[in-house]
Design a protein around this ligand. Sequence first.
Ligand SMILES: Cc1cc2nc3c(=O)[nH]c(=O)nc-3n(C[C@H](O)[C@H](O)[C@H](O)COP(=O)(O)OP(=O)(O)OC[C@H]3O[C@@H](n4cnc5c(N)ncnc54)[C@H](O)[C@@H]3O)c2cc1C
Length: 398
Amino acid sequence: MSHTPLPGNRDTSWLGWPFFDARHDELGHTLDAWAAQHVANVDHTIDTDTTCRTLVRTLGEAGWLRWCVPAGPDGSWGGKLPEIDSRAVCILRETLGYYDGLADFAFAMQGLGSGAISLGGSDAIRARYLPRVAEGSAIAAFALTEPDAGSDVAAMTCTARLDGDHYVLDGAKTWISNGGIADFYCVFVRTGEAPGARGISAFVVDANTPGLDASERLDVIAPHPLATLRFTNCRVPVGNRLGEAGQGFKLAMQTLDIFRASVAAAALGFARRAMDEGVQRARTRPMFGGTLGDLQLTQAALGDMATAIDASALLTYRAAWMRDVQGTRTTRAAAMAKMTATESAQAVIDRALQMFGGAGVQSGMMVERLYREIRALRIYEGATEVQKLIIGRDILKS
Ligand SMILES: Cc1cc2nc3c(=O)[nH]c(=O)nc-3n(C[C@H](O)[C@H](O)[C@H](O)COP(=O)(O)OP(=O)(O)OC[C@H]3O[C@@H](n4cnc5c(N)ncnc54)[C@H](O)[C@@H]3O)c2cc1C
């Protein structure tokens, strides 16, 4: 099924907003041209694991994955900049998301899956994993959720007990993106230094470690690699612990803090694509002696969609700018961005699909794919309800 060919027509005027430096403007334009050529036509009929592996390699070879890890001493960790730049990560996710949801996924998971290493790994661990993440030769994953601990993540029961110079991991993690294809997993488990969130530690676990089974895969409406991980007497060297014992929850939250606004950016990319598809449809679909776009109800819908997109973009890039430039806590701003951009994108995509009539629900149409792809973004990295609570509690606290 063909998609509306859009490369070259994309509106990138938002890159001129005051949130951005010249470097972001250059990144946005260079990446847009690259993505239009290299990821606009990903074949979604072939096996998703293969597609994701190829995308990670392609993104790595082109240098884009260097933006999701820090540079390290003399650039030895492979990153582009000394610190991860949230605005750059958001531009990358928005642009990749515009062209292809799996390309965005492949990029995002390299960052999320290695974030705890960047933040808390020893220098030896950073030097071992981060360069491979940046060049796309190792696939990363972030394993926090458990069957009975999702939104209530501190309820986790997966454990690690110290045994000599190893920790022994037992339990299950589920809904793990890249599960089954990852080369390593950053895993958060209970080590019991204190009750609740203060008794959790983080570890990097190689996929081929005996006692780790990632063979149970999960199928979802917008296919991408997902698995349940089972740890049975899985021995991990003490040196693979990330940060201090008992500090794993903090590390998970810090990692999510870096990347939460980027979920908003991905949603924004989907919404902008739906908008462009809708506009194209409105301009070209003959109807009642004119076009769909001649009808006032269509014009009103486009007005709503464009406004929702701009509001999402402003919140998203404000949150990223606050983190990069002000260096302040961005919990509230990132939660506002994530909630607004994902919920708005769902509405924008739904409205764009409606403009296509029956063709909108035909398998293989871009709006149909976007409609499936956006749904999980309202759930993972904190469901909308969780974001509302984060915002409300932060207001009461301040
Ligand atoms: C496609 C996909 C990819 C994922 N990738 C990863 C990954 O790579 N790593 C990882 O660790 N996890 C991942 N997850 C898991 C994700 O983070 C969890 O699904 C999410 O945290 C919600 O947890 P849950 O599914 O257990 O739902 P539950 O915790 O059971 O929540 C169900 C619903 O309850 C509602 N809710 C939550 N809190 C409240 C409240 N206080 N009041 C009222 N209602 C509330 C929300 O609507 C929520 O959706 C992924 C999930 C999906 C769908």
